[in-house]
Design a protein around this ligand. Structure first.
Ligand SMILES: Nc1ncnc2c1ncn2[C@@H]1O[C@H](COP(=O)(O)OP(=O)(O)OP(=O)(O)O)[C@@H](O)[C@H]1O
Ligand SMILES: N[C@@H](CCO)C(=O)O
Length: 292
């Protein structure tokens, strides 16, 4: 029997939806079970020396949190989700760990239960919920209960600019203010609500304007991500819908029509932004397990 778990990358916040909005996108973490009933966990990967190969690996740690006496496995991990860049790499590892424990621990947890457990581990649902469910997810954690809705995101090209440096979520959350003025909080909430409505109706132009009107995190994080406002400005020059900070950064996401992508990349490269550009689409289905 072969078991493979596939989890998509995710782009959280989408501007004003701090900690509550997220989108699954087409880059993937894959965990393949190589051997069962071994004496100790082994994670075969080439994700770099900072990622453990034993039970300290986030995938295994998460699995053991759900099922502490889970029989060790040898697994092979392959991923094109860049680490610590704002595309939900930690959430993909957490979701894979939960799905591994769900399968080998015979728990039969539903997607709702997986989202609940994953949110408790990650601390917020905006990456883990779309990673599990796919597409665009609006979610919150209320009195210990996860509440979410999966919504179809309009068809639009997503162009990620993935800079060649890490920005840990912890560091990026560290620059956020402890308090927000009441009037600003009311405005921030209204902008987020209006954005969800425009996503539902598919009005890409208004959606773009609202995505760029965040008051909760981008104004504080832009100093950690110097290319962000430059790309937003260049996006306006070529007629993109919006550029927002993906998750905690430093990746930025530009929503743009297909025929404007080449021009956008050209002007961005001319202004010195020469790291990776990755064209993504919305992953509509979320994480899956293949058992053969
Ligand atoms: N495939 C993986 N296997 C094991 N650990 C991983 C894996 N992917 C990510 N991690 C752990 O998660 C950390 C990155 O988490 P962090 O929340 O800082 O960034 P992110 O999830 O990539 O970005 P964001 O949450 O902003 O989308 C890595 O440094 C590593 O410790
Ligand atoms: N909402 C989270 C996503 C990254 O984990 C943040 O922006 O800090």
């Amino acid at each position: 029997m072969s078991v493979k778990i596939i989890v998509p990358a995710t782009s959280a916040n989408i501007g004003p939806g701090f900690d509550s909005l997220g989108l699954a996108v087409t880059s993937y973490l894959t965990v393949t079970v190589v051997e069962e009933n071994v004496d100790a966990w082994y994670v075969d990967h080439n994700l770099g020396e900072k990622i453990p190969h034993d039970e300290e690996n986030l995938i295994v740690k998460t699995a053991l949190e759900l099922v502490p006496d889970l029989q060790p496995l040898t697994v092979k991990v392959e991923s094109d989700i860049p680490l610590t860049r704002g595309l939900g790499s930690s959430s993909s590892a957490i979701v894979a760990g939960l799905m591994l424990a769900n399968h080998f621990g015979n728990l039969n947890l539903s997607k709702q239960e997986l989202v609940q457990r994953a949110t408790e581990i990650e601390g917020h649902p905006d990456n883990v919920a779309p990673a599990i469910l796919g597409d665009f997810v609006v979610a919150t954690y209320l009195d210990g209960e996860i509440m979410y809705e999966k919504i179809s995101f309009p068809d639009v090209s997503l162009l990620a600019y993935i800079p060649d440096y890490w920005l840990a979520t912890k560091k990026s959350r560290g620059v956020l203010p402890a308090n927000l003025d009441f009037k600003d909080a009311v405005r921030a909430n209204a902008i987020g609500n209006a954005l969800v409505a425009k996503i539902v109706s598919g009005n890409k132009k208004d959606m773009g304007k609202l995505m760029e009107a965040d008051l909760l995190h981008e104004p504080y994080r832009d100093k950690l991500v110097p290319h962000f406002l430059k790309l937003r400005y260049l996006g306006h020059e070529v007629g993109a819908f919006a550029t927002y900070l993906s998750g905690a950064g430093p990746t930025t996401m530009t929503l743009i029509e297909k025929d404007k992508i080449d021009e956008f990349i050209k002007v961005a490269q001319e202004s010195g932004l020469n790291d990776e550009y990755r064209l993504l689409e919305v992953d509509r289905n979320g994480a899956r397990i293949e058992v053969e």
